[in-house]
Design a protein around this ligand. Structure first.
Ligand code: AHR
Length: 495
C-alpha cells in the first residue's frame, strides 16, 4: 500500500490562482471559430464571443489568459486590431499557415473575453518586429485613464474606463520565432522595451521577460548576467517565463503502454525545470522578487490526419489529462517558486481544454482536470510526503512513480489531488494527516476503462469526472482506492 503524509503544519506558500492560467493565440482555430464567431453568427454569442465556450471556460476558473501569441505576438501590430472591424487591415499570419488574419479579434475583443470568463488579461508585446514605442502606446491605450489620443481612441472603441492590464510580456520565444536573439542581445532588447513599458498613472504593471526553451540554464544565466551585472541598475523585471512542451510518444490517440509511461515521464521533467531554473534565478534574485512563470506548456502530438498541420489541432485523451494533473501537482508543490503558468492552448490547439466544431463544443479530459483542480486556487499549499513504488517501462530501466499528489488547505478544507499513473492497476493509498484530524471526506474522479479514451462530438462526455467512493476514515487515517490511469480529488473536512 502506498502512503501519503500530509504535513499541514508546513505550509509551502499560497497557490497563486494565476498558476491556473490559459493561453490563446491567433493560431488555427483557437481564436477564430474557437472563441470568436462574430456578432452575426447563429452560434449564441455575446458581442461575437461564443457563449458555450464562455460557460465551459468559466467552470475552470481561468485566472489569467495570455494573448495574442506565441510566435504570432512578434509579428502582430496591435493597431491593426482596433476600430471599426470592416476597416481593419487583412494580414498574412506568417507562422501559422499564411492564412489571412482579419483582425476581427483585437484588444477590445480580448478584454471582453477576459471579463466574461473572469480572467486577468496578459498581453504579449512585439519585440521581434515591433518597437518600444509601439508597445508603450499599447499600454497607454489599455491603461491610461483619459485625455490622451490613445485613451480617447479606447473610449471611441467603447471602453471609456481603462482596461488596467497588469501583465505584459516583453516578447515571446525571442531565442526562436521572436527574433532569434542570443540571451545577451535579448537582455539589451528587454532593457529598451521595459524602460518604456510604463506604469501609467502609477498603476502596477508586471513585465515578463522571455525565459528559456525548456530547462536551459545557460539562457537564464546569460540573460540575468547581462541585465543585472553588465548593465548595473536595470529597468524593472517582475516575471521571467520559460516554455516546456513534453511533446508526444506515439500519436495523440494511438500509443502503447510503454508510450503511455514515456509521455508521463517527460511531463514529470517539469519539476527539474522549476527547481533548477529557480535556483539559477535565486543567484541573481535571492529575495525572489522576480516570479518564475511557465507561460507555455503541454503535450504536442503529431498533426492529425486531414487537418492543416500548421493549425496544431490534436485530440486529447485521458493520457493528456494525466499529463495536466501531474504537471499541476508539480506547480502546487512548488508554489513557493512558480507564480503563473499557461497551458497551451485554450481551444482547438495543442493540449486544448475545449474543442469546437461548428456549433458543437466539448470539454476535453484536460479541461476536466482544470475544473477538478480549481479549489487549489488561492489555497495554502501543504507538504505531502509520498511513499510509492516505481513502474518500470521501456526495458531500459526507465521509471515513473505510480503515485503523484499535491495538497492545499483553505480554512477547514483540505484539497488533495492524486494521480495513479498505472495503466491498468488500481492503487490503495493510506493518507495520514499531521496537524489536524479528518472529519470525513468526499471525492471526484476522472478515469476511463481504456487508456486511449477521449471525447468526440459524437460522444462528448465519454471522459468526465464522477463522484469517487469516499475514502474510509479510521482512527484519523484515510484509506482511498485510486482507479487505474486516473486523477482523483479528495475534499477532506478538517477539525
Ligand atoms: O503554442 C504554439 C507555439 O509554440 C507558440 O506560438 C510558440 O511560442 C511555441 O513555440
Amino acid at each position: 500500500m502506498d502512503r501519503i503524509d500530509v504535513i499541514l503544519v508546513e505550509p509551502i506558500a499560497e497557490i497563486q490562482p494565476t498558476i491556473y492560467g490559459h493561453f490563446a493565440e491567433h493560431l488555427g482555430e483557437c481564436i477564430y471559430g474557437g472563441i470568436w464567431v462574430g456578432e452575426d453568427s447563429t452560434i449564441p454569442n455575446q458581442g461575437g464571443i461564443r457563449l458555450d465556450v464562455v460557460r465551459a471556460l468559466s467552470r475552470m476558473r481561468p485566472a489569467v489568459i495570455r494573448w495574442p501569441g506565441g510566435c504570432f505576438a512578434d509579428d502582430y501590430h496591435w493597431q491593426d486590431g482596433i476600430g471599426p472591424r470592416a476597416q481593419r487591415p487583412r494580414r498574412v499570419n506568417l507562422h501559422w499557415g499564411e492564412v489571412i488574419e482579419t483582425n476581427a479579434f483585437g484588444t477590445e475583443e480580448f478584454i471582453r473575453l477576459c471579463r466574461l470568463v473572469g480572467a486577468a488579461p496578459y498581453i504579449c508585446g512585439n519585440v521581434g518586429s515591433g518597437s518600444p514605442r509601439e508597445m508603450r502606446d499599447w499600454i497607454e491605450y489599455c491603461n491610461f485613464a483619459g485625455g490622451s489620443t490613445w485613451s480617447e481612441a479606447r473610449a471611441a472603441n467603447g471602453s471609456s474606463q481603462p482596461h488596467d492590464v497588469t501583465y505584459w510580456g516583453i516578447g515571446n520565444e525571442n531565442w526562436g520565432c521572436g527574433g532569434h536573439f542570443t540571451p545577451d542581445d535579448y537582455a539589451t532588447e528587454y532593457r529598451r522595451f521595459a524602460t518604456f513599458a510604463w506604469s501609467f498613472g502609477g498603476k502596477p504593471i508586471y513585465r515578463i521577460a522571455c525565459g528559456p526553451n525548456g530547462n536551459d540554464a545557460d539562457w537564464t544565466r546569460r540573460f540575468f548576467t547581462k541585465l543585472r551585472r553588465d548593465y548595473g541598475r536595470a529597468p524593472s523585471i517582475e516575471g521571467y517565463a520559460a516554455h516546456y512542451y513534453c511533446g508526444t510518444a506515439g500519436t495523440a490517440t494511438e500509443y502503447t503502454v510503454d508510450q503511455w509511461y514515456e509521455l508521463l515521464d517527460k511531463a514529470l521533467r517539469m519539476e527539474e525545470l522549476v527547481v533548477q531554473q529557480r535556483a539559477v534565478m535565486d543567484t541573481f534574485d535571492p529575495k525572489r522578487s522576480i516570479g518564475l512563470i511557465v507561460d507555455e506548456w503541454g503535450t504536442w502530438h503529431p498533426p492529425a490526419e486531414g487537418r492543416n498541420p500548421r493549425f496544431l489541432w490534436q485530440q486529447n485523451t485521458v493520457r493528456d489529462a494525466l499529463v495536466a494533473a501531474l504537471t499541476l501537482n508539480i506547480f502546487n508543490n512548488h508554489a513557493d517558486k512558480v507564480v503563473m503558468t499557461n497551458i497551451a492552448q485554450a481551444i482547438n490547439v495543442l493540449q486544448a481544454v475545449i474543442l469546437t466544431e461548428g456549433d458543437k463544443m466539448l470539454v476535453t479530459p484536460t479541461g476536466h482536470v482544470y475544473e477538478m483542480y480549481a479549489p487549489h486556487q488561492g489555497a495554502q499549499a501543504v507538504r505531502t510526503v509520498l511513499q510509492t513504488s516505481a513502474i518500470e517501462y521501456g526495458g531500459q530501466g526507465r521509471r515513473v512513480p505510480q503515485l503523484s499528489a499535491s495538497g492545499s488547505q483553505h480554512e477547514n478544507n483540505l484539497t488533495l489531488t492524486l494521480v495513479n499513473t498505472h495503466a491498468s492497476a488500481p492503487l490503495e493509498v493510506e493518507i495520514r494527516l499531521h496537524g489536524a484530524e479528518a472529519d470525513g471526506a468526499s471525492g471526484v474522479v476522472l478515469r476511463a476503462a481504456d487508456i486511449h479514451a477521449h471525447n468526440t462530438f459524437a460522444a462528448p462526455e465519454l471522459v468526465h469526472p464522477v463522484a469517487a467512493t469516499p475514502p474510509a476514515v479510521s482512527k484519523g487515517v484515510l484509506h482511498a482506492e485510486l482507479s487505474p490511469a486516473s486523477v482523483t480529488r479528495l475534499d477532506v473536512a478538517l477539525t
